[in-house]
Design a protein. Structure first.
Length: 210
């Protein structure tokens, strides 16, 4: 069942731009994820390198989240690829800053290797942030036509999705509108109703056991 949209999507606008508060220059991809290996930060960094060398698209990446054992590897990869000036490690940040980072991002790049029951795409939908997401089992059922999909193991596909968003007329607005529609539809009441329907159907199975 699709998750309901988080409520903080209605948070007020900040008085001072979040990029100014954190020293982020220019357009950036946003990836809010804890630093586990399966969150796939390394392939996002490789895509960022391609955007710079192949497409001459000087985006940054903003990473937030706590370390769960893989942060040192991600930072070492950032240095090896020569991307230190393009990758911002903000750690675990206040909720209001999280909201502002969505609102000001070029796109959410949610390229985790696992899913599809992840909240950040829904958060991005509610806040008007276009989404590039992993093509994993169940993702299309959850996210529909509101995202650009990419193979999370392919830096080339991730970079191509970014360039498509940057160059295709009308695509950004189309994704934002579709995302807002989904965010409006995904309510707590609808989630509970779906759960009750599932439990009613399961009752016919459950009664077969003592």
């Amino acid at each position: 069942m699709p998750h309901p949209t988080p409520r903080f999507g209605d948070a007020a606008e900040a008085a001072r731009p979040v990029q100014e508060r954190y020293g982020i220059a220019g357009e950036y991809l946003f990836y809010p994820a804890q630093f586990w290996a399966h969150k796939n930060h390394v392939n996002l960094l490789l895509a960022l390198k391609l955007l710079r060398t192949r497409f001459e698209k000087p985006l940054s990446v903003v990473l937030v989240g706590a370390d769960h054992g893989n942060l040192a590897h991600v930072k070492a990869t950032t240095e090896r690829l020569g991307l230190v000036d393009r990758v911002h490690f903000l750690g675990f940040i206040p909720r209001e800053d999280l909201v502002d980072l969505y609102r000001e991002a070029f796109a959410l790049s949610y390229i985790t290797l696992c899913g599809p029951e992840n909240l950040p795409p829904l958060e991005a939908f509610a806040l008007g942030c276009p989404v590039i997401a992993s093509e994993v089992s169940g993702a299309r059922e959850q996210l529909g036509d509101a995202v650009l999909f990419a193979d999370p193991t392919s830096p080339e596909q991730i970079a191509d999705a970014v360039m498509r968003l940057a160059s295709e007329n009308g695509l950004r607005g189309k994704l934002i509108d579709a995302g807002k529609r989904i965010a409006r539809e995904r309510t707590p009441q609808g989630f509970v109703a779906s759960a009750l329907v599932f439990l009613d159907r399961f009752e016919a199975v459950r009664r077969c056991w003592a």
